[in-house]
Design a protein around this ligand. Structure first.
Ligand SMILES: [Zn+2]
Length: 270
């Protein structure tokens, strides 16, 4: 039976990758939830079954993991099944830099501002919208640009490791159109200390995309956007050295390469 086949198969993911989970339709099946990295994520109904997306954070240790699926049936029966997931390593480059301390130390004011930004961002990511706003595959925010640089790049300043670069940098000129990677709800749209003009979109099921360093923001918090809708223009606001689009994806708390979302087939129409 197809269910057995699904559960017997080891899913393989690389560190820093999005992964789609699928559960075929079964008679009486009314809800599916997966427990992954201490969070419970719902599945949504698609034409031929149920799907959800989970993220394998770039710093998750390699090895065998078990995602626990809970299936609830019409007669209130709940069945638990295990989906094995093998996480394989992916090497991300590290650059060691020695710089004058004044270039890496923030003033108390800026420290406070960036801490405030971090709290606001953490509050956004803590929200898990239990539905999927999208029904088509994810797309590049700059149509035609199918790759970026620096995802997972680790930098060590004066011997102190910084958080790895959690998005991909896409080539763009100031003023270039930036489009929503998929349908969703604008969760945050404002100027942030490090990120400059930033747009965060909640796509549901814990999937967020972020668009940073914009010269212009063209959406407002709470606004629903469609796939490919114009949300801003590229720029070089925030702490950057030139115009580009920093495109990021968070899935619950996992930092994943945004381009790994594009290869998922979760767009199967509802
Ligand atoms: Zn970046």
């Amino acid at each position: 039976m197809s269910v057995i086949a699904l559960l017997a198969a080891n899913l393989v993911a690389l560190q820093g990758q999005a992964l789609q989970l699928e559960q075929p339709a079964e008679p009486g099946l009314e809800a599916v939830t997966v427990h992954w990295q201490d969070r419970a994520v719902p599945f949504v109904r698609r034409a031929d079954g149920w799907i959800t997306i989970i993220g394998v954070d770039l710093d998750v240790e390699t090895g065998e993991y078990a995602a626990e699926l809970a299936l609830r049936f019409a007669d209130d029966r709940v069945e638990t099944r295990t989906q094995p997931i093998e996480v394989r390593s992916k090497d991300y480059p590290t650059t060691e830099l020695t710089v004058e301390p004044k270039y890496v130390q923030l003033s108390p004011e800026n420290q406070e501002r960036s801490a405030r930004d971090s709290r606001e961002i953490a509050a956004v990511y803590a929200e898990l919208t239990p539905q999927a706003y999208w029904s088509e595959p994810f797309a590049s925010p700059i149509p035609g640009v199918q790759g970026g640089r620096n995802f997972g790049h680790r930098r060590v300043f004066n011997g102190e490791p910084r958080a790895p670069h959690s998005g991909a940098d896409l080539r763009a000129a100031t003023g270039d159109d930036i489009r929503a990677a998929n349908a969703g709800r604008v969760a945050l749209a404002k100027d942030l200390f490090f990120s400059g003009n930033a747009v965060f979109i909640d796509h549901g099921l814990g999937v967020y995309t972020t668009y940073l360093h914009l010269s212009e923001i063209l959406v407002e918090p709470g606004q629903m956007v469609g796939r490919g809708e114009l949300i801003g223009r590229a720029g070089e606001t925030g702490r950057v050295t030139g115009p580009h689009l920093h495109w990021g994806v968070r899935i619950l708390d996992a930092r994943v390469d945004p381009f790994s979302l594009l290869s998922l087939s979760s767009g199967t129409p509802q």
